[in-house]
Design a protein around this ligand. Structure first.
Ligand SMILES: [Fe+2]
Ligand SMILES: [Fe+2]
Length: 359
């Protein structure tokens, strides 16, 4: 097991970490905007309009502001972090900020380019929320003089092109898994306030309701366009489920101290997040990964070990390092393919497409 790969000591390190694009780092996406113009939500018009009303009501408009005790609390906690723990906390902030900002950039770009009024309105609201989320995390990095220059990140970070259908699967999942992650942490620290090593976790409950609602929007889009949820597309859904779950698992296992400090253990925490996400996906996906299948559990453990071996080869550098990277990269691909072929669970879609965040 390794901790965060690169050390964050200066603002330049933090900005570089956010800019990097690799298998495990949150990416920036671009897509075919014209295809978004052709999406119709007409079959679920009433549900859609009700959701837009919720966005308009903006019940979190005053949430992302610090209260009077925030800094006192931080100053009481931070000096007790070990240097390794501090790195994990900073790594967590940089990668969380990058994925919040990734949503902000993507939703804003779609908003700017589409003519479809429903999609335009949705993207405006979601970009608003993600911009608040990213800004709030950035304040916590600035406490350590490690603020991320968001404008520069937007122009310097590489973009990955995804077809609209893939954007919909991937964003739906990352919003819902984001909800499941934040609520699991919030509930744990609600039970054990003495383990709350940073004040930001007090914000997570109302915060994750934003993510839940973002996920609901994509759920409605998919339910209004059922061809996205059948036939060949099921193979793609299966791919995205596995890619999102596996990335989260490997990434989280690089931050064992962070979870330990919360009184969680990375594997238990991740399986709780998978369980919640699987329950939520009953609103859209006719299939779910069998997270209790021994092959699945072993597969994730093996992928984590391969990722560690890949990192060790990268650190070694030179010809042997390069050969090691190729070898372990190939092993990761074989392992991922084996997991992709594991049996999945069929599930009946919930009658009502919308769900409440009740975890
Ligand atoms: Fe967010
Ligand atoms: Fe979100």
């Amino acid at each position: 097991m390794t901790t965060a790969t690169d050390t964050i000591l200066t603002g330049a390190d933090a900005n570089e970490k956010a800019r990097q694009s690799n298998m495990l780092s949150p990416r920036f996406y671009t897509t075919d905007h014209d295809a978004f113009d052709r999406i119709s939500v007409e079959p679920l018009r009433a549900e859609w309009d009700a959701m837009m009303k919720e966005y308009e009501g903006d019940n979190n408009h005053d949430h992302f502001q610090r209260d009077a005790t925030f800094l006192d609390e931080l100053n009481a906690c931070a000096p007790h972090w070990s240097p390794e723990m501090r790195q994990e906390v900073l790594d967590f902030f940089v990668s969380s900020l990058t994925s919040e900002f990734s949503g902000c950039v993507l939703y804003n770009e779609i908003r700017k380019h589409v003519k479809n009024p429903d999609i335009k309105q949705l993207m405006t609201y979601m970009a608003r929320d993600e911009s608040r989320h990213a800004g709030f995390i950035n304040m916590s990095l600035r406490d350590f003089d490690l603020g991320i220059e968001l404008g520069k990140l937007k122009s310097d970070k590489p973009y990955t092109f995804f077809k609209p259908a893939h954007i919909i699967y991937a964003t739906y999942l990352s919003e819902k898994i984001g909800y499941a992650r934040y609520i699991t942490i919030f509930r744990q620290l609600e039970r054990h306030p003495e383990k709350r090593f940073h004040p930001i976790f007090r914000w997570f409950e109302r915060w994750c309701n934003d993510e839940f609602r973002h996920g609901e929007s994509f759920a409605l889009i998919m339910r209004a366009n059922p061809e996205l949820l059948s036939g060949f597309n099921l193979l793609k859904i299966r791919f995205f489920l596995l890619a999102v779950y596996a990335t989260m698992y490997v990434r989280d296992h690089r931050r064992p101290l962070l979870h330990e400090a919360m009184g969680l253990e990375s594997t238990t925490y991740d399986y709780e997040v998978f369980r919640i996400t699987n329950e939520i996906t009953q609103q859209v996906f006719p299939i779910a990964l069998d997270i209790d299948h021994p092959g699945f559990r072993q597969g994730l453990a093996d992928l984590t070990a391969i990722a560690d071996a890949f990192d060790a080869a990268k650190k070694r550098g030179g010809v042997t390092g390069l050969l090691g990277k190729v070898w372990h990269g190939g092993r990761a691909l074989v392992q991922f393919s084996k997991m992709y072929l594991l049996p999945v669970k069929r599930q009946k879609l919930l009658e009502q497409p919308r769900m409440r965040p009740s975890w």
